[in-house]
Ligand binder design. Structure first.
Ligand code: FAD
Ligand code: NAD
Length: 478
């Protein structure tokens, strides 16, 4: 790799915010020699989110699905600068981002600015709470590594406290009631993993909790997994019943306290009932909300004033109302679901676009110098030679410039639902295939394993699966 550390004044500075699915997919495919590339993210690793629910029970250790960004950035052709920091503000007019070191250790300088010629915003989203009181104080989310660790700790704490000598029976019931709010794929996958943990390990290791341990999934809409086909929704609901997970649909949580949630449900007669549901563990998985830095940027651009769910982008992923800012993944609104699959394809598209833009500029500079030479050249042979060279370059330029807009290709939806079963809506040559069951589970496992970031991660994930099969999951509370 090029060891040059100072930015090259001849090249444009490309700043990439975030090290998630969108940004990392861009960085993987980007030809870094064409730009001064700077990456800013509070997380110095990429996280393979599809396997995060497995980390909450210790089936997979979190480090197995983390890949340090410096590990792959160092293999790029030209040096890429990485700053572990949060972008707090984007000034689109001044072409500057403001960054702050939010980590525990801070130097005398912990906030500064980074100018850019081109900017990619890939900061993802926050957890939605819809302003429901008590959620942030008492609920646990499932988005980052720290969240999975906190859940793992809380599960064990609830089990150990429930078996404390002379514990009150009602309190035992409460502590062992594991409530998951949100019947999207995050909530469903977590509920499935938790029930697996109980069936596979917990009830053998702590038989005292056997009768009271219970998982409930609460969903405001009439069914869970709305993005899957009806047949798979039914299959999931049936499987949960067999696994003895209770699904409470048409139940909207309105308030959360330290020991119970308050939910409003609609009965078959259409009547609304408000009830208090005691819980020991509360996992809140109700989807995405905008990050403040994104909200702030949207407010500063008039063309974004009607956008609600994220940065409105055009078909080349340019943030509407700007010329040199692009957005990918969960913070961008391009009419696709906020998934890793979309973010990764968007990132790869931008890499191609930027590689092509650099090539275009290179050819245009060459063309300019040739036409200068042509003007000065004597008539006849030399002039004709330059002319044919120009023609050739113009042809190449047209070819390079021929890049169509971003088109998402949906490979399908996959979700794990517990007891070694998964559901899949997959696009195939012959159309869509909907399948659920154990075979789908093996498909789910191999598909995700093949997508895990690196060979190192693949080996670690397989080792974790084997370890858990042989020795059970680790129930020690860290
Ligand atoms: P992220 O991957 O969230 O990355 C955002 C990055 O920005 C992070 O590195 C973050 O640290 C950084 N960042 C945050 N704030 C700032 C800031 N102010 N400045 C700079 N950087 C910042 N999708 C699927 O398609 N299939 C699945 O199976 C699947 N499973 C999932 C399971 C779970 C538990 C979860 C939570 C999500 C799952 N998803 C899945 C959704 C998928 O993870 C997201 O859609 C995807 O992560 C979006 O990618 P992104 O790059 O936009 O954001
Ligand atoms: P989601 O937005 O898909 O689902 C959230 C659910 O919470 C909704 O069904 C909503 O009706 C419900 N809800 C909202 N407020 C509620 C309340 N007060 N009370 C009860 N229920 C309430 O969220 P998610 O599951 O976190 O997923 C986020 C994104 O990540 C989605 O695009 C999803 O497709 C993607 N993802 C995909 C996978 C996968 O493909 N296996 C796994 C996880 C996440």
């Amino acid at each position: 790799p090029n060891e040059q550390m100072e930015p090259d004044p001849k090249k444009k500075t490309l700043v990439v915010l975030g090290t998630g699915w969108g940004s990392v997919s861009l960085l993987k495919k980007l030809d870094t020699e064409n730009y001064n590339v700077i990456v800013v993210s509070p997380r110095n690793y990429f996280l393979f989110t599809p396997l995060l629910p497995s980390c909450t029970t210790g089936l997979i250790e979190h480090r197995s699905i983390m890949e340090p960004v410096r590990n792959f950035l160092r293999h790029k052709k030209a040096v890429v600068k990485f700053y572990e920091a949060e972008c707090t503000k984007i000034d689109a007019d001044k072409k500057v981002v403001y960054i702050t070191d939010e980590s525990e250790i801070k130097g005398t300088v912990n906030t500064t600015e980074v100018p850019f010629d081109m900017l990619v915003v890939g900061v993802g989203a926050e957890n939605a709470t819809f302003g429901i009181p008590g959620v942030r104080e008492h609920g646990l989310f499932l988005k980052e590594v720290g969240d999975a660790q906190a859940i793992r700790k809380r599960i064990m704490d609830c089990c150990e406290t429930a078996t404390f000598k002379d514990q009150d029976p009602d309190e035992v019931k409460r502590l062992l009631h594991m409530v998951v709010v949100g019947g999207g794929p995050t909530g469903v996958e977590f509920a499935g993993e938790l029930q697996d943990f109980f069936e596979g390990d917990l009830k053998k290791w702590i038989p005292d909790i056997k009768t009271n341990f219970h998982v409930t999934l609460v969903e405001a809409l009439p069914n869970v997994l709305p993005m899957f086909s009806k047949q798979l929704i039914d299959y999931t609901e049936r499987t949960f019943k067999e696994e003895t997970i209770t699904i409470r649909t048409k139940t909207m949580v309105k308030r959360v306290t330290e020991k119970f949630i308050e939910a409003e449900s609609t009965g078959p007669d259409g009547k609304k009932v408000v009830e208090q549901i005691p819980y020991g563990l509360l996992v809140w998985a109700t989807g995405n909300a905008l990050r403040p830095v994104v909200k702030d940027l949207m407010m500063s651009i008039p063309a974004q004033k009607d956008s609600r769910r994220g940065l409105a982008v055009n078909e080349y992923l340019v943030v509407k109302g700007t010329e040199n800012i692009w957005a990918v993944g969960d913070c961008a609104v391009a009419n696709y679901a906020p998934t890793a699959q979309v973010a990764a394809q968007e990132g790869a598209f931008l890499a191609r676009l930027f590689n092509q833009m650099a090539k275009t500029e290179e050819i245009e500079t060459e063309l300019k110098s040739l036409s200068d030479q042509q003007e000065k050249a004597a008539n006849g042979g030399p002039r004709d030679a330059i002319f044919s060279e120009i023609k050739e370059l113009q042809k190449r330029l047209r070819r390079v410039k021929q890049m169509g807009p971003f088109e998402y290709s949906h490979q399908g939806s996959l979700a794990y639902i517990g007891s070694e079963k998964a559901v899949a809506d997959v696009s195939w040559l012959t159309g869509n295939i909907a399948s659920g069951g154990t075979l789908t589970y093996f498909f789910w496992r191999s598909a995700y394993l093949s997508m895990v970031f690196s060979t190192r991660n693949k080996v670690l994930v397989i080792t974790d699966w084997i370890k858990a099969k042989m020795f059970g999951r680790d129930t020690s509370r860290e």
